[in-house]
Design a protein around this ligand. Structure first.
Ligand SMILES: Cc1cc2nc3c(=O)[nH]c(=O)nc-3n(C[C@H](O)[C@H](O)[C@H](O)COP(=O)(O)OP(=O)(O)OC[C@H]3O[C@@H](n4cnc5c(N)ncnc54)[C@H](O)[C@@H]3O)c2cc1C
Length: 381
């Protein structure tokens, strides 16, 4: 079992924070993993507990209810949740949405939403993807038409994390389809709006505990002050500004998860026997695990660099994109190699390694596919 997340940049306070999350994971997240997968969503109680522990938006300024942590606190939380193997709690979305509001919102929007998002009392979604477009964000068809002191939103979104539980959603919509990326705006929509409808929770091959859903906006009228930042046409810029943090978060989660896969595999191969010896006594097992350990260590060094830049305020989009595609691909390889060492048990959902294998697959798809990340990096060469 690895120690809770530790790195040269971590103060004693961060080490204690990591310890507290590790305890919470052991006592609460891990035992609830299967139940949440069965019911296709986590519970509100879980969100409140995570909020109480400071796992959601720990870097929020005190004036908005935060405890004044840094991005390093957020990094520790993502890594530890990845390590827990429980993927039901989509709290990364509250983190992302909180930062959209903190960095792009009006003062009234910050006051209205941030304290609840941090406490886990408000569950957020971000709705970019549509049935007809995902990678090509400029192709969104959801529209927001200004009518007097309101905007009327129409459109459909799909694959939206926290879709069943969310209380509010940031919606990507076109306010002026003739202007390309400059015609995109973001809106904060409360889900008790009569024009908002949740679709079904989608059946996925992994991360079953996350309530990924469709959502529909049918003449959904919102007050003009629900426009994020209060200015039309800023949506694409706002998205581009914040996406590096989402990508860094996915890389950290991936690194935590692959470390757990490695740890649980080392434990297993010491116990399991074949041909009169422990599986670890086969040279092949030790070679595979030596490779895995090197990959985990390199991923860790990469993500440590990302966190350091995040804390310094120098995290650039190229580094975040590289970390997203590179570390999630290493996660896929590591979990696959580890699963093999479990033999048939590795294919049984009863075993966490099997669930980690299925969960890992989507990491290369969401948050911008890995092909799009390569495109973003390649363009800057
Ligand atoms: C579990 C899950 C949770 C998600 N959560 C959210 C969420 O909370 N909010 C949200 O808005 N979305 C969410 N998504 C959607 C996700 O972000 C999209 O699925 C993703 O961006 C890809 O879009 P797409 O599915 O439309 O694929 P497409 O864009 O149709 O891509 C299909 C394939 O073509 C490739 N491709 C596309 N364009 C290029 C190009 N220019 N160069 C090379 N290859 C290209 C892609 O990489 C991919 O391999 C989630 C998805 C899943 C599965």
């Amino acid at each position: 079992m690895s120690k809770p997340y530790q790195a040269a940049w971590m103060s004693e306070d961060l080490v204690q924070f990591g310890d507290a999350i590790r305890r919470f994971s052991k006592e609460y997240l891990e035992p609830n993993d299967v139940a949440w997968r069965t019911q296709k969503q986590a519970t509100r109680e879980a969100w409140l507990k995570a909020g109480e522990l400071g796992m959601i938006l720990p870097d929020l300024p005190e004036q908005y209810g935060g405890f004044g942590g840094t991005p390093a606190h957020a990094a520790v939380a993502f890594w530890e949740v990845g390590y827990s193997g429980n993927t039901g709690l989509g709290l990364g979305i509250n983190h992302i949405v909180g930062h959209y509001i903190l960095n792009c919102g009006t003062e009234a929007q910050k006051q209205r939403w941030l304290p609840g998002l941090m406490a886990g009392e408000v569950i957020a979604s971000i709705a970019m993807t549509e049935p007809g477009t995902g990678s090509d964000l400029q192709g969104v068809r959801t529209s927001a038409e200004r009518r007097g002191d309101q905007y009327v939103i129409n459109g459909a979104k799909t694959f939206i994390t926290n879709g069943q539980l969310c209380d509010m959603v940031i919606v990507v919509a076109k306010t002026d389809p003739s202007k390309g990326s400059k015609g995109i705006s973001l809106f904060i929509v409360e889900t008790n709006n009569p024009g908002f409808q949740r679709g079904k929770a989608l059946d996925k091959i992994g991360m079953e505990g996350q309530d990924t859903s469709e959502m529909f906006f049918d003449n959904c009228a919102v007050a003009a002050d629900c426009l994020l930042g209060g200015e039309e046409g800023r949506g694409f810029y706002q998205l581009m500004q914040q996406l590096p943090y989402e990508r860094a978060q996915i890389a950290l989660w991936a690194c935590g998860a692959m470390t757990r896969a490695f740890d649980m595999t080392v434990d297993y191969v010491k116990e399991r026997k074949a041909f009169g010896q422990a599986i670890i006594d086969f040279q092949n097992t030790r070679f595979v695990l030596a490779d895995v350990k090197a990959t985990v260590t390199a991923s860790r060094a990469f993500t440590d660099m990302v966190v350091q830049r995040w804390v310094d305020g120098t995290l650039d989009s190229v580094t975040a994109s590289m970390a997203k595609f590179w570390v999630t691909e290493r996660q896929g390889e590591v979990v696959d190699k580890c699963l093999q060492l479990f033999g048939g048990y590795g294919y049984m959902k009863e075993y966490p390694i099997a669930r980690m294998y299925a969960d890992a697959r989507v990491q290369r798809i969401y948050g911008g596919t890995n092909e799009i990340q390569r495109e973003l990096v390649g363009r800057q060469l």
